[in-house]
Write a protein that binds this ligand. Sequence first.
Ligand SMILES: [Zn+2]
Length: 158
Amino acid sequence: MPLKERISHIDEVRSWQGSIRLEGVYTAGVAGERWLRGLQEGRIYGTRCPRCRYTYVPARLFCERCFGHLDEATWVEVGPQGTLTSWTRVHVALDGQRLSPPRCIGLVRLDGADALLVHDLLEDGTPLRVGLRVEAVFRPPAERVGSIRDLAYFRPVP
Ligand SMILES: [Zn+2]
């Protein structure tokens, strides 16, 4: 059989029954892993481009605007408070199941950051509006594992 085989008729298609075991390890990358470790410590970090002055959250290794390298010196702590820039209620889960109660998702610009972070938003009865001040709520330290879920949700600032 040639290395490249062109199939011109459906009856030329061959198949083999069986399975291939695949294993993999997902990594969040250098900046992503450090960012998640920050969440585990109850801190939210960003990286601020020294040329553009744009602050990314989550932290990045390269500026998407000027392609500058964002090294150790560019890491800055942001938040934990921020401003709600948009929000929505999700009524249907990814598997099609109806969510009851609906899940509220917010788009937050953390203090000191330019980029927006999407995360769960706690509805505590405060009327939601663009410009509402919100704050990050972390899981208890013993429950944190270095995941985006270590940041439990944002809630309106009392
Ligand atoms: Zn830049």
